[in-house]
Every structure is written in C-alpha cells, then in structure tokens.
Design a protein around this ligand. Structure first.
Ligand code: G
Ligand code: G
Ligand code: NA
Ligand code: MN
Length: 254
C-alpha cells in the first residue's frame, strides 16, 4: 500500500517525533518525568498517532527502528534539559518486544552513554515476561548495569502480571488507566488498586497511576500510595516546545 511505502521511508526522512506527557510527584504535584510518545508527521496526511501506523510498522519490521529513533531523541533531549533546567525530568520511552530482542539493542543503549536515573524504558505488560525469549531476558538484566531503569506499563491489563514482577524486578509499574478510571465511584476498584500497591510495595516497586483525569482521581490515588501520577488532569501529551514552556514556568515559580 501507499502507507507502507511511506512508512518504510519515514525513518530515513526523520518524520517521527515525540510528544511529551508529564509525570508528577503525587505529593508535590511537580513534574518529575516525561513520557515520550511517538507521532508521525506524514508529508501529506498530517500528524498521525501510533494507532494509525504501529501495527503496520510491526508487520513491516520497522517498529524496532522507530523505538530506536525515539530513544536517541530522548537521550539528546535529556541532555538539553540538563543544560536548561535545575531539575530536569527523567524521560521514559516505550519499547517494543521487537526492539528488546534485537541483537544490536544493548550496544546502541551502551553507545548512547546514558547517565543513571535519567532514561527509562516502559515495557507494556502485553509483552509479558513469559513471552520474552532468552535474548530479551538477557537484555533486560543488562540494562540495569547501563543505568537504564525499566518500568512495566499498562499493569493489570494483561496476563501473568504478578509473576512478571517477581522475575523482572522492575523499578516501577504503571497501573493501567482502565483500573484507575473507576476509583472515584467504585469501592471495588479502590480495593483492586490497594492490592496492587500492596504487592508492589512488598517488592519495593514504585507505583505510577495512569489516566488521572480529575482532582478526585489525583487525591484518591495519592492517598492510596501511588507516588507518581500521569493523566489529562495534569496535561495531555504535548509538543516539545509547549512541554519546555511548562517546565520553565514551573521551575521559575519554585
Ligand atoms: O500516545 P498514544 O495514546 O497515541 O499512544 C498509543 C500507544 O502507543 C500507547 O500504548 C503507547 O505505549 C504506544 N507508543 C507510543 N509511542 C511509542 C513508541 O515510541 N514505541 C512503542 N513501541 N510504542 C509507543
Ligand atoms: O499504553 P500507554 O500508557 O503508553 O498509553 C499512553 C497513552 O494514553 C497516551 O498516548 C495518552 O494519549 C493516553 N492517555 C494519557 N493520559 C490519559 C488520560 O488521563 N486519560 C485517557 N483516556 N488517556 C490518557
Ligand atoms: Na507507555
Ligand atoms: Mn501506559
């Protein structure tokens, strides 16, 4: 198809770019992180979200290349923010199973020279530990030594969550927004979130709540023990200049 041909050329043409969504500390509500989410600036169709091209990218075998490009951009951006800001946020990038198992993965991460605690990989729970091959498991283990933290994304949406926590020992998990959305109305949803926090804290894993859309969500999830919050209540994913203005105005106030 036309879109396939466009997608195959898009990497070399540098048509992918990140938008950033803030992660805030639940007690101070200050920005401590930024999730980079890919967008495709298509030459004629405008800016396309991942839903429009990720599956095709996977089929065409270029998903790992997109992830790689986003990682390199994140490393560069973090260095810019270090020069620009007193408290630069960490940047998290999403990583596909394809990239995690790629033979060149570790050497590209190593070559990027990442300072500890600055860049995070988010691995969707949909890519459960059981599905990972030996290369991927080896790569995950090696990341810690390279200063890159790992988080499980969309926690509670997939399979074998608890076992994957034990085996992966991620630094953080992000509770899927389908679990956090109902906490305002539903006692049962709050109990579920409390159980996840219990398990996570037993394993010294920090918990991020996704999908925080209202002040009530923020308050309940903070009170329950989520140390980081992310969602439309704080900001939608926005372009880098807008994000940098947000950071600068926040840090100017403090
Ligand atoms: O930003 P948006 O809601 O459109 O993202 C949709 C989905 O695409 C999310 O689940 C997100 O994790 C995924 N995604 C966004 N950016 C990337 C990326 O750079 N690499 C991979 N593998 N997935 C991404
Ligand atoms: O799978 P992942 O968690 O990476 O998906 C991230 C996507 O979720 C982002 O692209 C963003 O558009 C969407 N998102 C972020 N915050 C919220 C929110 O508060 N509510 C809803 N419905 N979607 C959100
Ligand atoms: Na994510
Ligand atoms: Mn997520």
């Amino acid at each position: 198809t036309v879109l396939s041909n466009d997608l195959l050329r898009a990497i070399a043409r540098k048509e992918f770019f990140p938008v950033y969504q803030p992660l805030v500390d639940s007690s101070t509500q200050k920005i401590v992180g930024a999730e980079a989410l890919v967008r495709w600036k298509h030459p004629t169709r405008g800016v396309l979200p991942p839903a429009m091209f990720m599956e095709l990218a996977q089929t065409l075998g270029v998903l790992a290349d997109i992830d790689q490009a986003m990682f390199e951009e994140a490393v560069k951006k973090r260095k810019t923010w270090e020069r620009m800001l007193q408290n630069p946020p960490r940047i998290s990038v999403n990583i596909s199973a394809e990239r995690l198992k790629s033979p060149s993965f570790l050497s590209t991460v190593q070559a990027a020279g990442v300072q500890p605690n600055t860049i995070i990989f988010e691995i969707s729970e949909a890519v459960t530990f059981e599905e990972l091959d030996d290369v991927s498991k080896y790569n995950l283990d090696a990341l810690e030594g390279l200063g890159v933290e790992v988080e499980i994304d969309d926690f509670g949406s997939g399979r074998a969550s608890i076992l994957s926590l034990l085996e992966m020992k991620p630094r953080r998990l992000k509770i899927d927004r389908n679990l956090t959305a109902p906490v305002v109305e539903s006692e049962q949803a709050r109990s579920l979130v409390a159980s996840i926090l219990d398990i996570a804290h037993t394993l010294s894993i920090e918990v991020v709540a996704e999908g925080v859309e209202t002040s009530q969500h923020a308050e309940i999830l903070r009170e329950q023990g989520c140390s980081l919050l992310q969602g439309y209540y704080f900001s939608r994913p926005i372009e880098e200049t807008a994000f940098e203005e947000l950071l600068q105005s926040e840090q100017a106030r403090s």
